[in-house]
Design a protein around this ligand. Structure first.
Ligand SMILES: [Zn+2]
Ligand SMILES: [Zn+2]
Length: 102
């Protein structure tokens, strides 16, 4: 008789990006109920920030939210703003790391 192993609990993983919404939280990678990873604030449910794409340490020039990698077309890579109501995007060549981050 074998004892079934309990399902592995995946801990939210800090990705080292401060939450742009509440500014107190840190963004974490965590799986949803079906195991798909999304990125959300560790202050949830107080803070509702969430994104399907992994935010990176580059900020939107329009609103200051972190960008995420959106697409690669031939040799061009594009980053897009992770804010739902902002559709700003930038080509990788024009992107610069946040100088406050090392
Ligand atoms: Zn937050
Ligand atoms: Zn933006």
């Amino acid at each position: 008789m074998t004892i079934p192993t309990p399902p592995k609990i995946l801990q939210p993983e800090m990705i080292g990006i401060a939450c742009p919404d509440c500014r107190d939280g840190q963004l974490t990678a965590r799986p949803n109920r079906i195991g798909k990873v999304f990125y959300a604030c560790d202050q949830y449910p107080a803070c509702k920030f969430a994104s399907w794409k992994r935010p990176i340490a580059l900020r939107c020039k329009q609103c200051g939210y972190p960008l995420h990698h959106e697409a690669s077309i031939l040799n061009f890579e594009f980053f897009k703003c992770s804010r739902h109501d902002c559709d700003d995007w930038i080509a990788k060549d024009d992107a610069h790391e946040d100088p406050n981050r090392k």
